[in-house]
Design a protein around this ligand. Structure first.
Ligand SMILES: C[S@@+](CC[C@H](N)C(=O)[O-])C[C@H]1O[C@@H](n2cnc3c(N)ncnc32)[C@H](O)[C@@H]1O
Length: 326
């Protein structure tokens, strides 16, 4: 069943934070349905090019149709964004003008019961972003030792009742394998029923944790951010939108780590301490959706956008921007 159209989150804020301008090579590491990509292509017209990547072959096809009007300005790749350095080498691009990562899943994926990301409708317990990958959520749920399941729920779902839920899963799968989203959601709901006026369904954290584990979503994100910054032109920006606190923490700490080092007074035109940071933070605090966006698109509510700008490696200072641009 086709899902609702995906509504790009923090769209204006992301394009502004990227400081898009005509020309250059830009990267959208999570093209999805292509909403952010379209906005970047418009803001970099007439000749800016975009490398658009997604791990989901279906998303790449949707984006290919959506972005067809931009012709050869778009280079689409079905790949994991963690391969970005290799993908840039393949197109002979030593440096790029800006990089966007809008992490997680799209509404097209979430609303398709056949993908198994959500328990709203029943479907196979799949959750693979890349369907060429062998391991599904059902494989993890039915084969992992109970203790490992509990630690996944705790670490990736921040689920306070992880042990309880893992025990219930282990008990249930001894009778019959757990194959569908509704079967798993029912097991979780009876093991850890909703207490008090909680807004979220008791299985929400379990589903988030399994999705992160199936797709190995956190592993290597910090390294990719560091490598991405290394491929930005001086003055180029990286913008990341995260939808849960684990991911946002990695983004925040990694970008902060890349700023630390320089101890010179700020008004010194060239860093003299020999330890310039690689970036300056464009958003010292994360940007959140406006009240209007959160109301119009409830899925945007947990989004946090962070951006950093590559410093000039020869001075350790920010690159001067044309008048009128932040
Ligand atoms: C929130 S959606 C992006 C929506 C997009 N910005 C738009 O406007 O339509 C996230 C997308 O990232 C993709 N994705 C998640 N992890 C990925 C990874 N490691 N490499 C490449 N794509 C990934 C998902 O398949 C999904 O299509």
């Amino acid at each position: 069943m086709p899902g609702r159209a995906h509504r790009p989150v923090l769209l204006r804020e992301a394009v502004e934070a990227l400081a898009c301008r005509a020309g250059g090579l830009w990267v959208d590491g999570t093209v999805g349905a292509g909403g952010h990509s379209e906005a970047i292509l418009r803001a970099t017209a007439p000749d800016g090019r975009l490398l658009a990547i997604d791990r989901d072959a279906g998303a790449v096809e949707t984006a290919r149709r959506h972005l067809a009007v931009f012709g050869e300005r778009v280079i689409l790749r079905h790949a994991d964004y963690r391969r970005l350095p290799a993908l840039l080498d393949e197109i002979d691009a030593p440096a790029v003008s800006g990089i966007l990562l809008d992490l997680g899943v799209s509404s097209l994926q979430l609303d398709d019961p056949g993908r198994g990301f959500s328990f709203r409708d029943d479907g196979p317990l799949d959750m693979r972003l890349d369907r060429a990958q062998a391991t599904t959520a059902a494989d993890l749920v039915n084969t992992l030792p109970e203790g490992r399941l509990a630690s996944i729920l705790k670490e990736f779902g921040e689920e306070p009742r992880a042990g309880h839920i893992a025990r219930a899963i282990a008990r249930s799968r001894r009778r019959a394998p757990i194959r569908t989203t509704h079967a798993l959601a029912d097991i979780v709901a009876s093991a850890a029923p909703r207490r008090g006026p909680a807004r979220i369904h008791p299985a929400t954290r379990t589903f988030q944790a399994l999705r992160i584990a199936v797709n190995d979503e956190i592993e290597g994100l910090d390294r990719l951010l560091e490598q991405s910054v290394g491929r930005l032109e001086p003055g180029g920006r990286i913008v990341v939108i995260a939808f849960h606190s684990l991911e946002d923490r990695v983004v925040k700490n990694t970008l902060r780590g890349l700023t630390r080092h320089c101890i010179c007074p700020r008004d010194l035109p060239v860093c003299a301490c020999g330890e310039p940071g690689q970036v300056r933070l464009v958003t010292p605090r994360a940007i959140r959706p406006s009240a209007a966006e959160a109301r119009d698109n409830p899925r945007s509510r947990s989004a946090r956008l962070r951006a950093a700008e590559r410093l000039d490696p020869s001075t350790g200072r920010a690159v001067a921007r044309p008048e009128g641009r932040e």
